[in-house]
Design a protein around this ligand. Sequence first.
Ligand code: AP5
Ligand code: ZN
Length: 214
Amino acid sequence: MKIIMLGAPGAGKGTQAKKIAEKYGIPHISTGDIFRANIKNGTELGKKAKTYMDQGALVPDELTCDLVVDRIQQPDCANGYVLDGFPRTIPQAECLTTALDKLGQKMDYAINVDVPDENIVHRMGGRRACVGCGATYHVVYNAPKAEDICDTCGEHLVLRDDDKPETVQKRLNVYHEQTQPLIDYYEKAGILKNVDGTVDMKDVFQAIVNILGE
Ligand code: AP5
Ligand code: ZN
């Protein structure tokens, strides 16, 4: 099963993508996580990506497309994958469609997690990310057992650099300009499914399972 997660920054794409990956046994491919891992390891790609990410801007398409097209051809993707944070622009979607055509494959679902802007800023301010394993928490909606300590690996939890309110607003603007048009793109492709992302995380996941099947 090949799935794309669509939605504004902070809509809960990552939260749901991880659950989907676990339930259906397919890899979770997050371009944001790939870039953050590269930043942490000080790679050339990481250095380039950081300048855009810190401003709330998108990393250029040419740095992103090849990375994903290469990743989806790895052996662990044979039974499908869930893409989180990619595609994010029409050129990225076209690049993906072209690559899948060449491989004789097609995307099965584009799941749009719908959350209004008002809820987003509040969510991002409460998000905490683990510096060790990248797990995501929320101080109110998904609190760790010990304050600011990761349940999984015991490392510290921090506010992401791009989760400061002024950067969140920029990311939302970028989302509306460049990413929202993908909803139409995948509607026309006949694979768009909308889910209400404002309800409890478990209920969002149940709505997704209802679409994907048990
Ligand atoms: P990326 O890491 O993809 O960030 P994003 O799309 O902005 O999405 P987020 O990770 O912020 O949010 P999410 O929707 O996954 O929400 P989450 O589940 O964490 O990208 C970061 C940057 O990298 C971009 O700005 C760009 O610069 C660059 N980049 C990445 N991909 C790119 C690409 N393809 N092209 C170009 N540039 C790219 O949830 C948010 C919070 O809410 C959490 O605390 C969570 O616990 C909580 N929460 C989740 N669901 C619920 C719920 N139902 N109720 C209450 N709280 C909830
Ligand atoms: Zn951790």
